[in-house]
Design a protein around this ligand. Structure first.
Ligand code: BG6
Length: 489
């Protein structure tokens, strides 16, 4: 669907996210001629910079993040779309500059993207309302962190909801913009093959892993108050789990999909203090090696509190109390400074009931479907197949679908897709307010328990797959994390 002319306003327009992700994403769409000629990007920031100074900042801080470097003519065209507006987000008297910069044409799409700390959301929305900028057909995009617990998430919903209707609010979870996540929808609901098997009778367990090699970097101030549970699990991992586990929605319409996801979040088995200590492991990285380079431990990172108990790793066994999923463990895991950068979902089917071959049933690897989000995007299905030759021996073999190879189409970054969806008014890949609250409601007992428990997270060496307790968690059920079960290279 072609876009109509828009004014896209980035609050936090000189910040890290705008420079590293948002502007490069818009540039990439511009090069592909997706942006109508008269469309503009208004970057709002606190710095009292002139337009020229701001463009120099974009040149230095944003241009290096463009895939394969920009083409100079398109880059020059792109810069012409940008206007810089300096204002103090909390001071309504400074909004006049934004009023003047925006074109007041009712047919234009107008989007306010709040790439700011969430403490500013309420004030910005109020100020947009007070200056007449929050028109009924404008949209607002909220960047994470969307709260740090249930109460703060509810407050955000309430504050933003006073000014914008739910249908105008786009809550970003950039994982939903990743190609493979949408491919998972295609796989489940565009094929007849999997859906009949997609249930407790045929699936033994599901693993979802998001592992990163990077450490906390320069985000310690934010991260030390957040930790892996809030930063990754409450949002990205739970969203992936929702897409894997949801009932078939009646259509791809926003509320059909979001209702189905909400049902999953509300069916997650609640943890009690006892089940919580048995089923959740938290860890924190120590010094080690990543790609042969020595890296410091979390507590040695610049400005890190020396006795910080912030978790940089979480592994858990979750369950969904529904007819479809009762008793099927969902193992979720995420961590920083791990052995590899990897994001994948592994759906393991049940073993065959009986072997007709001269091989014991136990030598048959159960079928599994691996859905890879990162580093490359693809699917693989593990099957048992006959090995070539005279004897009837079966071995595990892989059916592989590499999306890049298959479609030979250029990849779109998550932010490119999500920004296009906002500009098109397509809400399916954004979280609804009740989803956000349901996710916080489920993690809240964990946060509370950890706050009261003064034990430290289990240490793990950087460059490994996390604390030994995480292997023991899944090992207790006679299973292994996928990388532990793969043959050595
Ligand atoms: C962000 C987290 O939401 O996701 C970061 O705040 C994390 O801590 C990042 O590094 C991971 O995203 P991706 O797309 O690189 O896997």
């Amino acid at each position: 669907m072609a876009l109509s002319d828009f004014d896209l306003v980035f609050f936090g327009g000189s910040g890290d996210l705008a420079m590293r992700k948002l502007l490069p994403a818009m540039y990439s769409r511009d090069v592909c001629n997706d942006l109508p000629d008269a469309s503009r990007i208004i970057c709002v920031g606190r710095d009292d910079a002139t337009q020229e100074e701001f463009l120099r900042m974009v040149e230095t801080n944003s241009k290096p993040h463009i895939k394969d470097g920009p083409d100079e003519a398109s880059w020059a065209r792109f810069l012409k779309r940008i206007t810089y507006v300096a204002l103090n987000a909390t001071d309504v008297s400074t909004y006049q500059a934004l009023v003047e910069a925006l074109r007041h044409d009712a047919s234009l799409t107008r989007v306010y993207y709040l790439a700011t700390p969430p403490q500013l959301f309420a004030k910005i929305c109020d100020n947009l309302a007070a200056t007449g900028l929050a028109t009924p057909n404008s949209r607002v995009v909220l960047e994470k962190p969307l709260g740090r617990d249930l109460a703060s998430a509810k407050q955000i919903n309430l504050d933003v909801g006073k000014v914008f209707a739910e249908s105008q609010i786009y809550r970003i979870d950039h994982y939903l913009g990743k190609e493979t996540v949408q491919n998972l929808l295609a796989l489940r609901f565009g094929n007849i093959l999997f859906e009949p098997l997609w249930r407790r009778e045929w699936i033994s367990d599901v693993q979802i892993t998001i592992a990163e090699k990077i450490g906390v970097g320069n985000r310690l101030g934010y991260y030390d108050n957040s930790g892996a549970l809030r930063d990754m699990l409450q949002n990205h991992l739970l969203q992936l789990l929702c897409i894997v586990a949801m009932e078939p929605p009646t259509s791809i319409a926003p509320d059909a999909v979001r209702d189905a996801k909400l049902q999953v979040l509300r069916s997650l088995k609640r943890f009690t203090p006892t089940t919580l200590s048995q089923n959740i492991i938290r860890g924190q990285y120590r010094a080690g090696y990543i790609d042969g380079q020595q890296v410091p431990g979390y507590r040695e990172e610049p400005d890190a509190p020396k006795s910080s108990r912030t978790e940089t790793f979480v592994a858990m066994k979750a369950e969904i109390d529904t007819w479809r999923w009762a008793g099927v463990p969902f193992y979720l895991r995420t961590g920083k400074r791990m052995a590899d950068r990897l994001a994948e979902i592994v759906v393991r089917f049940k073993p065959i009931p009986h072997s007709i071959f001269n091989q014991p049933t136990s030598s048959f690897q159960p079928n599994s479907l691996v859905i890879r989000l990162q580093p490359d995007e693809g699917l693989s299905m593990n099957l048992m197949a006959k090995t070539p030759g005279d004897s009837m021996r079966l071995k595990q073999a892989e059916l592989e679908l590499d999306f890049r190879e298959q479609f030979k189409a250029p990849r779109m970054e998550a932010y490119e897709r999500l920004l296009l969806d906002v500009l098109r008014g397509q809400l399916t890949l954004f979280m609804r307010g009740d989803e956000l609250e349901a996710a916080w409601e489920w993690v809240e007992p964990i946060l509370e328990h950890w706050e009261q428990d003064d034990s430290a997270p289990a240490p793990y060496t950087s460059g490994t797959w996390g604390p030994a307790a995480a292997s023991a968690l899944i090992g207790r059920d006679g299973l292994q994390w996928r990388e532990e079960s793969l043959p050595e290279d």
